[in-house]
Write a protein that binds this ligand. Sequence first.
Ligand code: SAM
Length: 243
Amino acid sequence: MIIVNELALSDRLRAVALEIPIGSKLADIGSDHAYLPCFAALQGLICYAVAGEVNVGPFQSAKNQVEKSNLPDRIKVRKGNGLEVIEKGEVDVITIAGMGGPLISEILEAGKDRLTGNERLILQPNIGAKSIRLWLLENGWELIKEHILEEDQKIYEIVVAEKGNPYIPYSNEKRDSDLLLGPFLKKEKNEAFRKKWGSELLKWQKIIEQIDQKAQNEETVEKRKDLMNKVRMVKEVLHDEIS
Ligand code: SAM
C-alpha cells in the first residue's frame, strides 16, 4: 500500500497506475471510490480523467473522493454503463479493475464503438483473465505486458494491450495454454504465478476425484475432460514445482 495526500492505494491499483503513460487522458471504468484516477492525478501521471460508475453508491463515493482530493477540474465523475461515459477519442488510456474477467470483456464488447484503437487498455481481472485475452485476440488488440501479484492473500493479474497484431505474444502450438496462463506470465513464472496455479491444480484434481467417485453423465464427462486438459497445461508449465 502507498499513501499519497492521505489517499491510500493498494499495491494492486498501484500496479495498474504504473502502466499509465505520463500525460495520459484516462477513463477509469467501474471507478468506485475513484482512488485510481485521484492517485494518477496527484502523481502527475494524467492531465485529465473520467471516472465512470454505473451504480449510485460508488458514483457518489467517487464524487466525494474527487472533491476531497481537490481534483474536480481534472477528474470528471460520470454515471453510466461501461464505456458509454466517454466520447470516442476523449481518452487515450482505459483502466477497468477489480471485476471478473468475463464482465470486463462484456464491457469492452458492448463499448467497442467508443474505442478509436489509439487507446492503451489496462485491465485487472480478479478472476477469469482468459476471457479478456480471448476478447483482445478476437478484436485485434495486442497484449503487450502482463503482471501478477499477491496482496492480502489474493492473487491479481493485470493485462495491458494496445491495437496491433494480436497473435504476436501467442505460440501456435500452445495457444490454449497461453490464453489460460498468460503468455508473458508463464514465461516469468514468478512466485504469485506458481502459487495461483499450484492451488488451482489442487482444486481441479479434487473435483476430478469427486467426479470419478460418482456415476458419470454427458455433462460430468465433458467437465472432467476440460479439467484434465487444464491440469495437463498447468502441470506442463509448473513442471519444476509439481511432480
Ligand atoms: N475499480 C475499483 C477497484 O479496482 O478497486 C473498484 C472495483 S469494484 C469491485 C467494481 C465496480 O465496478 C463497482 O463499483 C461497480 O459498481 C462497478 N461496475 C460494475 N459494472 C459496471 C459497468 N458495467 N459500468 C460501470 N461500472 C461498473
